[in-house]
Design a protein around this ligand. Structure first.
Ligand SMILES: [Zn+2]
Length: 243
């Protein structure tokens, strides 16, 4: 399947249950996310996957291309006009700020496909949650993936804080404070591969939070309109491994 052709479709099925959103006051945001009245008459981009399962499959297929070095060739100018008219990303990623993990590359996706929130340690912050809610409820993302990674510095720092009482300067300390609750049990248990098990525990803790967060994401998950999944990116292979 050609990503470029996919992104230049002539229809834009929002796929949202807009009535509830408008009642909740999100309608204005939805309008703001689409074309302005003065823009030229290009078609809006079409969404590349319309169900949570299809969206997840599309992510993993893209990662398989990335791992094998067979990424799709892209002309980024194609679809640029359509992208002035709106966006219809099929997936959201809550990923780490780590410079080695770029979601668009790791999943072999072009502009307009992924709605990405990044923070060191890939955990849920209030602003990040609002962004993910906007992505799901207004833009129509079908899957949210919490994406950790091997050798995560934020995970290592949090383990150090829990085990040795390490303190970090400035606002870096706030990252560790936020991540501690999700890692306390695994750090207390100790044992081999502690850091990697902490990466997985952190992903799972934040998945659980997003799956149950009220009023938007939890309701969309219950209604089958959205899936929240978790994985980690293996730095050595580039492979995204589900957890
Ligand atoms: Zn990291």
């Amino acid at each position: 399947m050609c990503d470029i052709c996919d992104s230049t479709g002539i229809t834009h099925p929002h796929g949202l249950s807009r009535r509830g959103l408008f009642a909740a006051g999100v309608g204005g945001l939805a309008l703001a996310a689409t074309a302005s009245a003065s823009a030229p008459a290009f078609a809006q981009p079409a969404r590349s996957a319309e169900t949570p399962d299809a969206a997840y499959a599309r992510l993993m297929e893209g990662n398989a291309r990335y791992v094998s070095g067979k990424m799709n060739e892209r002309d980024f100018s194609v679809g640029r006009a359509a992208r002035t008219q709106g966006q219809a990303p099929f997936a959201a990623i809550l990923g780490c700020a780590d410079s080695r993990i770029a979601p668009e590359l790791a999943f072999d996706q072009g502009p307009g496909e992924l709605f990405v929130v990044r923070v060191a340690g890939n955990f849920v912050t209030p602003d990040g949650l609002g962004s993910l809610e906007y992505g799901a409820a207004v833009l129509g993302t079908k899957v949210i993936m919490v994406l950790g990674h091997t050798s995560c510095g934020a995970i290592g720092a949090t383990i150090g804080a829990l085990q040795k009482g390490n303190t970090l300067p400035g606002h870096i300390a706030g990252l560790v404070t936020s991540m501690k609750p999700g890692l306390e049990a695994v750090v207390k248990a100790g044992g081999a591969d502690l850091e990697q098990r902490a990466v997985v525990a952190n992903v799972q803790a934040n998945m659980k939070r997003l799956q149950t967060e009220k009023p938007i994401l939890g309701d969309m998950v219950s209604a089958g309109k959205l899936k929240v999944v978790g994985a980690y990116y293996d730095l050595a292979s580039g492979k995204v491994v589900p957890v």
